[in-house]
Design a protein around this ligand. Sequence first.
Ligand code: NAP
Length: 294
Amino acid sequence: MTARIIDGTAIAARIREQLLVEAQSFTKRTRVRPGLVVILVGDNPASQVYVRSKRKACLDLGWYSDVIHLPAETEQRRVEETIDKLNADPLVHGILLQLPLPDHLDEQTLLQRIRPEKDVDGFHPLNVGKLVLGLPAPIPCTPLGIQRLLIEEGIETSGKFAVVVGRSNIVGKPVATLLMRKGPGGDATVCVCHSRSENLPQIIRQADILIAAVGRPHFIKGGWIKPGATVIDVGINRVDDPDAPRGYRLVGDVDFENARAIAGAITPVPGGVGPMTIAMLLHNTLWCAKNLTA
Ligand SMILES: NC(=O)c1ccc[n+]([C@@H]2O[C@H](COP(=O)([O-])OP(=O)(O)OC[C@H]3O[C@@H](n4cnc5c(N)ncnc54)[C@H](OP(=O)(O)O)[C@@H]3O)[C@@H](O)[C@H]2O)c1
């Protein structure tokens, strides 16, 4: 059996078209154009690529978007002032602090400085609490994108055994929460694994749905996958490739070629979860704009 490839690029494009129409009718009704501002501190090359594509995605829909690029040595106080200004700016509905930050900055303090109503990443403790309680709030983009992929692909989650490998605040914990919540794309029985988990291959072998968010190239082997399982590969890892134009290529956390022969459905890297993350950022920006305008 060869797994069905889940085309995240195509699904994300459809979602963006829906958001364009939804935003047009919102703007017509309210005269408000959704606006997103990204704060980038330092010169991390991967962050620069992500920030550019986030801004472009907004501009493509005709929304307001800007990037505030601060030097790597910017002091905490200066970043806080930047956030305060954006919190007060009526043109800005979404504020995104691009991670990772330089080591001297206190990430949690800065994330908590963002008004929860403008927290398009869903990282503010108030929004994390709402996610756990099942209350309306912006939900972290990558986990929301993963759940949406499952729903759009018609993959049943209710009653299924889902294994999440990784327990980060950005991916692992929120995606596990979403999968266990009541409703579409939820109601799964969820197991979360991490670097201290024992017998990982045996646990993964039971998964009807596997979410891999480890950050290690090809860490999960094809032989660990349950036949017919759905595999969502969140990992984005650069590996050297002298034949590639930039000298590297991107691979996921799952040994794609071998897993593909066993799984029922699988996301590629790139072209799986990545485009969904951007689509959900747009979704959250419009959600915040509507909420702030109501
Ligand atoms: N597609 C997208 O849009 C998108 C978005 C966000 C992230 N990503 C990618 O997703 C991957 C994960 O990101 P992240 O931010 O969640 O990373 P992270 O914060 O580094 O977390 C990695 C997790 O993997 C666990 N882990 C590490 N080694 C392990 C092992 N040997 N066995 C089992 N678990 C292990 C860690 O366990 P401990 O907690 O015990 O250390 C940790 O919980 C990265 O490749 C990142 O680039 C992609």
